[in-house]
Ligand binder design. Structure first.
Ligand SMILES: NC(=O)c1ccc[n+]([C@@H]2O[C@H](COP(=O)([O-])OP(=O)(O)OC[C@H]3O[C@@H](n4cnc5c(N)ncnc54)[C@H](OP(=O)(O)O)[C@@H]3O)[C@@H](O)[C@H]2O)c1
Length: 188
């Protein structure tokens, strides 16, 4: 466990140079793969809570009414918008306590980005596992990285190792589309 009884899992689909969005900050069609979508949707189904940044929340409608915790500096503390949408400004709050009070079923939390959200967890509670789908045929130089300052996939892997994770396995999610899955898990 990264923190107490919580199981924190990061998910991202990236270009071959480790980018999650294009230079305009949008999710590009080139990163949309059925196999990755299936993996991600299954992870969301199994989680109590999805944590994501305001822009990612706004770009992705919550079609399945899953519980979302949206991070924003535009709110104070924890604010409930509706039965499926909570907002949090983590500044000055105890993130572990907030998450623990919301993830009371399986205790599993999916961290779905973007960059500042992935960074926040790497720097604070850590991850128990991180799943990176890599589109080997796609390059998005100048696009937003998973973690700030990572310009190449090797930088991303080093950042995951710095966060206490080790490579668990590399597999093909879709060999024909050259979409790999790189899975990191907590060391020890
Ligand atoms: N390829 C992938 O796997 C993947 C994953 C995630 C996102 N994306 C794509 O990446 C793009 C958006 O990513 P992004 O990184 O620009 O935006 P983002 O993280 O989704 O949203 C940024 C906003 O989230 C809030 N936020 C983030 N960290 C915070 C913190 N520590 N404390 C308080 N508020 C915080 C702030 O909202 P306020 O401005 O309201 O304060 C910030 O402006 C979208 O196109 C999305 O589809 C792709």
């Amino acid at each position: 466990m990264a923190f107490g009884t919580l199981e924190i899992r990061g998910y991202a689909v990236v270009s071959s140079d480790g980018r999650i969005a294009d230079r305009e900050g949008r999710f590009p069609a080139d990163l949309r793969f059925d196999a990755d979508q299936a993996l991600f949707q299954q992870a969301l189904d199994q989680a109590d809570l999805t944590v994501l940044g305001r822009r990612t929340h706004e770009a992705a409608p919550n079609l399945h009414n899953r519980t979302r915790l949206v991070l924003s500096r535009g709110v104070e503390g924890l604010v409930e918008e509706d039965a499926h949408t909570l907002w949090l400004n983590p500044e000055g709050t105890d993130l572990a306590t907030v998450l623990g009070s919301l993830a009371t079923d399986t205790g599993t939390i999916v961290v779905a980005g973007g960059t500042a959200v992935y960074d926040l967890f790497a720097a604070t509670l850590g991850y128990d596992a991180f799943f990176v789908s890599v589109a080997e045929r796609v390059r998005l130089s100048e696009g937003a990285p998973i973690f700030a300052g990572c310009r190449r996939l090797a930088d991303v892997e080093r950042r995951l190792e710095d966060a206490g994770l080790v490579l668990h396995k590399r597999t093909w999610l879709d060999r024909t589309a050259r979409l790999r899955l790189i899975e990191y898990v907590r060391a020890g």
